[in-house]
Design a protein around this ligand. Structure first.
Ligand code: NZQ
Ligand code: ZN
Length: 388
């Protein structure tokens, strides 16, 4: 392991089917006004809203509701939330939902008291907050993004055709996250498998970079094996608590900074996926799934040793009598087979992308340098055409 790094993660987790009971203890640490932030209404249908409201009342809090956070939250919604938070001088933002709600809550937390335009400051210029930051707490209801234990906040600007993720520092990480696997059972199957693939993608983005022998890669392999195993159970039996809890725990570790230690990280699949999301508003995990196989086939030769290791360790590919290219290709074939098995979207056409939109997606794709092959816009164009 050759990298230098500092590791610290400030988010306190409460995990398990009784985890919500700790919310009342956490609330003691904050002032009287809580902004309850949630999405389009799933929490009202599955009872989570009532359970949370009861605890907030019991704790004597004044609740300011901020509902209607959409998937792929927009900058317009962020401006609205920042104003609500500021006008009500809220002491805590309690995000109850999936990655969109949590990402949005973090965006609001650094924007409410910020005098500059948050889109320009944080998402375009990647500046750090220099204003009062409102603490964020989380009750997670959908698994995938890892937003419950990281500083990521992805916001979409439809007018500009951009979807950008800002990774904030530890002061913006959620102060606490409540992870009850039972809360994820009501997630529709399409969203569940999109979340599962998002987790897989987070692990692969970090795994497929670097050439040193790094303990972090062994952790990544363990997480991928667990995810593949539990996902196969969850797609057949979504109510299986053991599978859903393992997926939830894997998702958190997939993107809580641990797997990035000592590694550059690739993240090009996410860059392309986010550019697709910016113009289609498609489900995040599906945008990644639609481009992953063409992308990995495209870069395989540049990171051949790692793709061989992936095939052997993660997919148990039989290596007898095969050369490196064959083994690596069989690993990708196994990945593709698993993706079809769990039912993710396998091409961009199914997400509504047309050939005419491809150039716009190329324009919206940031090119990163941490992976095995540094792409040009022309490379992205070829991968996108292959993904249609
Ligand atoms: O809005 P509601 O009614 O809550 O419905 C949501 C939404 O329609 C529904 N849902 C959530 N929990 C549910 C439920 N339905 C029934 N029962 C429940 N328990 O699921 C739908 C999707 O929710 P959403 O929060 O949008 O999904 P996800 O968690 O995948 O978040 C996606 C966003 O996170 C960003 C993505 O780009 C996207 O904007 N990401 C954030 C990252 C981070 N913070 O590090 C990294 C990721 O790579 C990703 O980019
Ligand atoms: Zn993701």
């Amino acid at each position: 392991m050759k990298g230098n790094f500092i590791y610290s993660n400030p988010t306190k987790l409460y995990f398990g089917d009784n985890s919500l009971k700790y919310l009342v203890d956490e609330l003691e640490n904050y002032g009287p006004t809580v902004m309850l932030t949630y999405g389009a209404g799933s929490i009202k249908r599955n009872g989570i809203y009532d359970a949370v409201i009861d605890i907030l009342r019991e704790a004597g809090k004044t609740v300011v509701e901020d509902a209607g956070v959409m998937s792929n939250p927009t900058i317009e919604k962020l401006y609205e939330g920042a104003k609500i938070a500021r006008d009500n001088n809220v002491d805590l933002i309690l995000a109850v939902g999936g990655g969109s709600v949590v990402d949005y809550a973090k965006g609001v937390s650094v924007s409410a008291w910020c005098e500059d335009d948050p889109w320009k400051k944080y998402y375009l210029n990647m500046d750090e907050p220099d204003c009062r930051i409102i603490p964020v707490g989380v009750v997670l209801t959908m698994v995938g993004t890892g937003s419950e234990m990281n500083g990521g906040s992805v916001i979409t600007n439809r007018t500009q055709g951009l979807k950008i993720g800002k990774v904030f520092g530890p002061e913006v990480f959620p102060k606490f996250s409540i992870l009850n696997p039972n809360y994820t059972i009501s997630v529709p199957q399409y969203q569940m498998v999109a979340g599962i693939f998002d987790v897989m993608s987070h692990i692969m983005e970090q795994y497929f970079s670097g050439k040193d022998d790094n303990t972090t890669d062994y952790i990544a392999e363990g997480l991928m094996r667990s995810l593949i195993h539990s996902s196969r159970i969850a797609v057949k039996k979504p109510q299986d608590y053991e599978a859903r809890s393992n997926i939830m725990w894997t998702a958190t570790w997939a993107l809580n900074t641990l797997l990035g230690m000592g590694k550059d990280g690739d993240w090009e699949v996410h860059m392309i996926g986010q550019a697709v999301g910016a113009i289609t508003d498609a489900t995040h995990g599906m945008t990644l799934a639609a481009v992953s196989i063409p992308y990995y086939k495209y870069i395989m030769a540049n990171g051949l040793d790692k793709f061989v290791r992936f095939a052997e360790t993660v997919w148990n590919v039989d290596t007898q009598g095969k050369n490196q290219e064959q083994i690596a290709s069989e690993g990708l074939a196994a990945l593709e087979h698993w993706m079809r098995e769990i039912g993710v979207v396998m091409n961009l056409t199914d997400l509504g992308v047309t050939e005419e939109q491809i150039l716009q997606i190329v324009d919206g794709t940031f090119l990163l340098t941490g992976g095995y092959r540094v792409l040009t816009s022309d490379d992205v164009l070829k991968i996108l055409k292959e993904s249609l």
